[in-house]
Design a binder for this molecule. Structure first.
Ligand code: ME8
Length: 496
């Protein structure tokens, strides 16, 4: 089975904040889940470079725009590394391959009779890179970015978006084109029912962008350009063999502010160009700080390279994935993260691993023989193993993670009930071995299950158990006995 999953490509006008990181963490977790289960997964991320703000930023820095974007590629890659994002494709919209893909899609849409010349008049937000209706503007400012909109009137090429309303509605309502969560799907459906206007897809005399074939004075509108990256990333139009292996895309992961681009404009472009629609779009909420959306434009930002060294990558990943079902906003604070760190990671998971490993060393010099795995714990692990694929296909990552934590807590209760220190004192070595074996088995499977969420910790715990792997695979985890290696503290005390 193949699984092609994409992130929204990020504007290159500034370094990413934790909100952008959140999106990458969601996709990375889903990708790791399927990779771990043997799927042929491709995870795409990248840079959206033809934005007016990118052009302005390069000017401010006195840099050639491409040079500036080259630097930003390094910046983004470094941040994704710091969050353990294991992407397979990093796409840049200034690449020749992408320019070719955009021009090809344009030609197909034009050949389908969906392009005409017209005049556009309206207010434009440079941060949204979109025209704004009066209802979306307050005091001359965009409702999302709180920056002034500017009035534009020019001759452009238009795409007959309005032609596609009915087809898209049918595809959404029949479930062929899935939008999750359901309340976001309902928003899109009611917006569609209100009717669609045609879309201006070029900009007159824009200084920066992809050339429109046969219209020398026009460049493509950034969203028409950017959405096509999902095709370029897997070889369109030159490598159709690879392209048809991975397309249709299984999942686009995006934020709530760009849902109409992905759930209305993008499917219409694909329908017009005669290309199948992606299977699903997953729309996540925003990361907030002090109740306000993290945003490069408003300056309310939180940088991964500030927060990760303080708490560790996995703690940040765990917090964001656990804190809310996908779709809801997450009001981030170091206080809330510390709470989860202490309770769920250090007390529940860290403590379980640390005491089990140190008892195995103390009582058996690290060698724990094969024994019977406590039925109650084993059944719980089995039931989670079998329910996890359903959670993932419904994108219930926070439910999945809390279910795994139930087993961790049960295992801690099991330690208290079996009191291995007492078994050791009374010389009941067979029972003691059974207790430690049951705990080690549980910890091993917990590591397997937590891998997509907290990959570093998972692989580290397995190495304590003498299992060395980069990706824990189910049929490589059938241990008969344990040979415990030295361990280290998984979640050290936080600095005040
Ligand atoms: O929209 N919390 O780029 P972008 C969570 N280039 N997610 C957030 C967020 C926050 N505080 N702020 C932004 C673009 N995002 C376009 C996409 S795709 C063909 C083109 C999310 O850099 C945002 O919702 O502004 C989007 O999904 C992604 O980060 C990139 O945002």
């Amino acid at each position: 089975m193949k699984y092609y999953i994409t992130n929204a490509i990020k504007y290159a006008n500034d370094e990413p904040h934790l909100g952008h990181g959140y999106e990458e963490i969601i996709s990375d977790t889903i990708a790791r889940f399927y990779k771990q289960r043997g799927c042929d997964v491709l995870l795409l991320t990248g840079l959206d470079e033809h934005s007016t703000n990118v052009f302005k930023k390069a000017k401010e820095k006195n840099l050639d725009t491409i040079k500036y974007c080259d630097q930003m590629e390094d910046v983004f890659k470094k941040v994704w590394k710091s969050l353990d994002i294991n992407y397979d494709i990093f796409i840049r919209t200034t690449s020749d391959a992408h320019k070719k893909a955009v021009q090809e899609i344009y030609k197909r849409i034009k050949a389908n009779g969906d392009i005409y010349e017209g005049t556009y008049k309206g207010n434009y937000c440079d941060s949204c890179e979109a025209y704004k209706e009066q209802s979306e503007i307050a005091d001359g400012k965009c409702g999302i970015h709180k920056v002034s909109v500017r009035f534009i009137e020019e001759t452009n090429l238009f795409f007959r978006l309005s032609n596609y309303k009915e087809q898209i509605l049918i595809l959404i309502q029949s479930g062929k084109f899935k939008i999750r969560p359901d309340y976001r799907k309902n928003e899109i459906v009611s917006f569609l029912k209100g009717g669609l206007k045609d879309l201006s897809i070029t900009r007159l005399k824009a200084p920066w962008g992809i050339d429109v074939p046969d219209h020398k004075d026009q460049k493509f509108y950034i969203w028409f350009d950017a959405l096509i990256n999902y095709l370029t990333g897997i070889g369109f139009p030159d490598n159709l063999e690879q392209f048809s292996k991975y397309w249709p895309c299984d999942l686009h992961v995006i934020g709530q502010d760009i849902s109409r681009f992905h759930c209305i404009i993008w499917p219409a472009m694909l329908l017009s160009a005669g290309i199948e629609l992606p299977s699903s779009v997953l729309i996540h909420g925003f990361v907030l700080a002090h109740g306000e959306k993290l945003s490069k434009t408003t300056g309310n930002i939180l940088k991964p390279d500030y927060i990760c060294p303080k708490f560790g990558i996995d703690a940040v990943r765990y917090f964001l994935l656990r804190e809310s079902p996908i779709g809801g906003d997450i009001d981030f604070s170091e206080g809330k993260l510390s709470e989860r760190y202490k309770r769920d990671l250090a007390n529940d998971l860290g403590n379980l691993v640390q005491r089990t490993v140190s008892m195995a060393q103390r009582y058996f010099q690290g060698r724990v023989e094969n024994s019977t795995w406590d039925r109650f714990l084993a059944d719980h692990v089995d039931s989670i193993k079998s329910i996890l694929p359903t959670y993932f296909s419904n994108f219930q990552l926070s439910d999945a993670v809390s279910k795994i934590w139930e087993v961790i807590r049960l295992a801690n209760t099991y330690v208290e009930q079996r009191a291995p220190w007492q078994q050791a004192k009374e010389g009941k070595l067979k029972e003691l071995n059974e207790t430690l074996f049951s705990l080690l088995e549980t910890i091993k499977w917990v590591s397997y299950l937590t891998y997509p969420f907290i990959p570093n910790t998972s692989v580290k715990i397995l190495s304590f158990l003498g299992i060395n792997t980069l990706i824990p695979i189910e049929n490589e985890l059938k241990t008969n006995e344990y040979s415990i290696k030295t361990s280290e503290l998984l979640f050290p005390k936080l600095d005040k």
